[in-house]
Design a protein around this ligand. Structure first.
Ligand code: NAD
Length: 385
C-alpha cells in the first residue's frame, strides 16, 4: 500500500493532508509512505519530522503521482497532475464535487477512484472523519479573532481608573459548528453574545455557551430536516429572520454569519438596509461567502468598507490557521483511510455507507448520482453561456 503526501499547490493553500503523527500510525498499519519535500512546511512541519515518522522524501512530484496507490490531498490537483495519477489509485480530499465537478474529469477519465470528504455522510460512525466540521470549527474561531483584531474597541468589559469600558456586542447568525465555535471564542474574549438560528435545537447549545438565543416566530413551520440540518425556508419565513437580524444588527459591534442549507446557495439574511443601519465601525464576517454569502453586499473573497461598516467575506479561513487545521484534517483523513484497509491491503468496500457516500468516481465513471447531475448542469450552463 503505497501512499504519497503531496505539497498542495492551490493559491493561498497552507494546509497539508497528513501530519507526521498520522504518517507514523499509517505506516504501522502497513502503508509505505513518501512525502513530497516541503509538503508540511507552511503548516509548521519540517521534512525531518516526516522522515523521523518513517516516511521517505521525494522531490519528484510526477513520479509520486504515478507511484502511489493512495493520495490523501487537501484540494483537487490541477488537471495536469490528475493525468499523471496511476489508473486505479485512490485520491481523497476536498474535491468540491457538487460545486465544480468538471474540474475532476481528467482524474475520472484516468480511472482514479475519487473520494470527496464533503460527501462523507454525517452519521455517528463518521464523526471522526468529518472534515467539514473540523474546518468549520477553525473558521468559527478565526472569524472572531479577525473581527477582534479589526474592531476599534476592546472585547472584554474593563473597569479602569480611566473609566469603565463596556463589553463588545457580538451577534452570531447560524449556530451550527462554525457558529457555536464563534460564540465560544467571543465569550472567552469577554463579549456579550447573541445568536440566531432557525433550528430551535440550536437554542439550548447557544445558551449553554453563555449567549442569548433569539427566537423568531416562524408560524410553527418545520425548519429542520430529519438529518438535523436546516431546511430551505419560504421567503416569508426568511423575511421574519431578516427583520430580527436587521434590528439586532443595529446595536452589534461584530456580526459573524454562518447560515447554510446543504446543497443550496446560502440564504440571504442581512439586507442592504440592515448594513446601512449598522453603526459605523461594525465588523461583519460572512463565513457563508464561499456559498454566495448571507449578506446582500458580500463580494466573496473580498473585504470592503461600506458606510463605515467593514465587511469580510473570506472563502476559506481555515488556511489562516494551518497548524491546527492540518492536525484536525490529518486525523479525519487517517480515520477514513483506516476504513480502506483490510488484512493489510487496500479494499474499497462499496457496501460501506461511508465509502459509498464519499465516492465520486470509480473505474472511469462518475458513480455518485448528485455529482452526475451537477456535472450535467455544469455542462448545460457552459453550452448556453
Ligand atoms: P451548516 O453549515 O449547514 O449551517 C450552519 C447553520 O446555519 C446551521 O445551524 C443552520 O441551522 C443555520 N441556518 C440555515 N438557514 C438559516 C436561516 N435562514 N437563518 C438562520 N440560521 C440558518 O450546518 P453545520 O454547522 O454543518 O451543522 C448543522 C447541524 O448538524 C448541527 O446541529 C450540528 O451539530 C449537526 N452536525 C452533526 C454531525 C454528525 O456527525 N452527526 C456532524 C456535523 C454537524
Amino acid at each position: 500500500m503505497r501512499l504519497a503526501v503531496l505539497k498542495e499547490t492551490g493559491p493561498g493553500e497552507t494546509r497539508v493532508s497528513l501530519l507526521p503523527d498520522a504518517v507514523k500510525t499509517l505506516i504501522a498499519k502497513g502503508f509505505e509512505i513518501t512525502v513530497e519535500a516541503g509538503a508540511g512546511v507552511a503548516s509548521g512541519q519540517s521534512d525531518g519530522a516526516y522522515e523521523q515518522a518513517g516516511a521517505t522524501l521525494s522531490n519528484d512530484r510526477a513520479s509520486l503521482l504515478a507511484w502511489a496507490d493512495v493520495l490523501p490531498m487537501v484540494n483537487a490537483p490541477v488537471p495536469e497532475d490528475q493525468r499523471k495519477i496511476k489508473r486505479g489509485a485512490i485520491a481523497i480530499g476536498f474535491f468540491r464535487p457538487l460545486d465544480d465537478p468538471a474540474a475532476l474529469l481528467p482524474a475520472v477519465e484516468g480511472g482514479v477512484t475519487l473520494l470527496a470528504v464533503e460527501l462523507v455522510p454525517r452519521i455517528t460512525r463518521a464523526q471522526a472523519m468529518d472534515a467539514l466540521s473540523s474546518m468549520a470549527t477553525v473558521a468559527g474561531y478565526k472569524a472572531v479573532i479577525l473581527a477582534a483584531d479589526t474592531l476599534v474597541r476592546l472585547f472584554p468589559m474593563l473597569m479602569t481608573a480611566a473609566g469603565t469600558i463596556a463589553p463588545a456586542r457580538v451577534f452570531v447568525i447560524g449556530a451550527g459548528v462554525a457558529g457555536l465555535q464563534a460564540i465560544a471564542t467571543a465569550r472567552r474574549l469577554g463579549a456579550v453574545v447573541e445568536a440566531y438560528d432557525v433550528r430551535a435545537a440550536a437554542g439550548e447549545q447557544v445558551r449553554s455557551l453563555g449567549a442569548k438565543f433569539l427566537d423568531v416566530d416562524l408560524g410553527g413551520i418545520a425548519t429542520e430536516d430529519k438529518g438535523g440540518y436546516a431546511r430551505e425556508l419560504s421567503d416569508e419565513a426568511l423575511e421574519r429572520g431578516r427583520d430580527l437580524i436587521a434590528k439586532t444588527a443595529r446595536t452589534a459591534d461584530v456580526i459573524i454569519t454562518t447560515a447554510q442549507v446543504p446543497g443550496r446557495r446560502a440564504p440571504l439574511l442581512i439586507r442592504r438596509d440592515a448594513v446601512e443601519n449598522m453603526r459605523p465601525g461594525t465588523i461583519v464576517v460572512d463565513l457563508a461567502a464561499a456559498n454566495g454569502g448571507n449578506c446582500e453586499l458580500t463580494r466573496p473573497g473580498e473585504m470592503q468598507i461600506y458606510n463605515g461598516v467593514t465587511l469580510f467575506a473570506p472563502l476559506n479561513l481555515a488556511v489562516a490557521v494551518p497548524g491546527h487545521a492540518s492536525q484536525l484534517y490529518s486525523r479525519n483523513i487517517s480515520n477514513f483511510l483506516a476504513l480502506l484497509v483490510k488484512d493489510g491491503s487496500l479494499h474499497l468496500d462499496m457496501e460501506d455507507e461511508i465509502i459509498r457516500g464519499a465516492c465520486v468516481a470509480h473505474g472511469g465513471q462518475v458513480v455518485n448520482p448528485r455529482v452526475a447531475s451537477a456535472l450535467e448542469a455544469q455542462a448545460d450552463a457552459q453550452t448556453t453561456s
